[in-house]
Write a protein that binds this ligand. Structure first.
Ligand SMILES: C[S@@+](CC[C@H](N)C(=O)[O-])C[C@H]1O[C@@H](n2cnc3c(N)ncnc32)[C@H](O)[C@@H]1O
Length: 315
């Protein structure tokens, strides 16, 4: 078979000399090897063919920092002090009490995964607090998000159009992250994806922080289980815990049929729910810290649940 292929290739080149040049290019060699039925992938540097199955080239895990972002293409979720910009016009102002917001979990010298980073304040603050490696995670495309099913909403009427809008909306949050990243000379890396299925190759971090995200998910328990796999030591859940005057494990549905504008909050749980779920996952609650934080200039109560891993996650 190889002999026949050599013969056919030489014949083709003899009849059309311009093909000699093409035959000497990597593509030409590939064509020749294809005829011969040989594998056709190449070492990039030496340009010589490699035998055996094609090398596996995994997609890069982390995203590249975009080159240019216009300020008008940013949505600032957090108020942040950026060199040269001054304070950003965000909704959440936790500049004064970041440590309380993350339950005073130790960060210096530790690796940190910030799940649901938005414009990145928690990631950048973790870096300032001495974290040795920070990875910021957020949603990749709008269609990953779920909303409450108000029948007249674009979400229900034309889901594809809504998803497109939503992707653009989240892009503006990401733009703000990258502007801040550059201004603060951050070394944090970012990846986007599905909170219910983070890539296993991301590995584990000393601390996983997930604040103000769970109430926006239709299945927060599945999300906790997903992110907990990446927490080697501490898992911090920043949540709102309603005072229901009852100590049992309660899930409180936050949707109200006459408030279509509040279509992105699903559940609030009592502390025992978190205790049960975290215990199932091999953690115990080390501490909780409840405090007021500034949201749109008004105080808003949040609780940081700091959970410590007490038994290893099965690989
Ligand atoms: C309210 S912000 C919280 C920002 C920050 N963690 C904080 O506490 O200040 C919610 C974040 O969760 C992200 N988010 C919402 N739904 C998500 C999903 N299904 N998967 C991944 N991230 C999601 C949003 O993109 C946004 O960045």
């Amino acid at each position: 078979m190889l002999g026949q292929a050599i013969f056919e290739s030489i014949d083709v080149i003899r009849r059309n000399p311009r093909k000699i040049v093409r035959a000497l290019t990597p593509r030409g060699v590939r064509t020749f090897l294809e005829i011969a039925g040989a594998p056709h992938h190449y070492d990039r540097k030496s340009r010589s063919p490699i035998s055996g199955p094609p090398p596996h080239r995994p997609r890069p895990l982390f995203v590249e920092s975009p080159k240019r972002i216009r300020p008008e293409d940013c949505y600032w979720y957090h108020v942040m002090n950026l060199p040269r910009f001054g304070p950003t016009p965000g909704e959440w102002d936790i500049r004064e009490n970041f440590n309380a917001y993350v339950g005073n979990v130790p960060l210096a010298g530790r690796t940190v995964l910030d799940v649901g980073t938005a414009s990145g304040f928690l990631s950048f603050s973790a870096e300032s607090a001495g974290a040795c490696e920070v990875v910021s995670f957020d949603i990749d495309t709008g269609d990953r998000q779920h909303l409450l099913p108000f029948k007249d909403s674009l979400y229900c009427r034309d889901h594809a159009a809504w998803a497109e809008e939503r992707t653009a909306f989240f892009q503006a949050w990401k733009n703000a992250y990258w502007v801040a990243h550059r201004a603060l000379r951050s070394r944090a890396r970012a990846l986007y994806g599905d909170i219910y299925r983070l890539p296993p190759e991301l590995g584990t971090f000393d601390v996983v922080i997930c604040c103000a995200v769970l109430e926006h998910l239709s299945d927060p328990i599945r999300a906790i289980a997903s992110i907990a796999r990446h927490a080697a030591d501490h898992l911090v859940l920043g949540v709102w815990i309603p005072d229901l005057g009852f100590q049992g494990p309660i899930a409180w549905f936050l949707g109200e049929a006459d408030k279509p504008q509040n279509d992105s909050v699903f559940w609030a749980y009592s502390l025992p729910v978190y205790r049960h779920v975290l215990t199932m996952l091999g953690f115990e609650i080390e501490s909780t810290l409840t405090a007021d934080f500034k949201f749109r200039e008004k105080p808003m109560t949040r609780t940081a649940i700091v959970a410590k891993r007490v038994s290893p996650h099965p690989v």
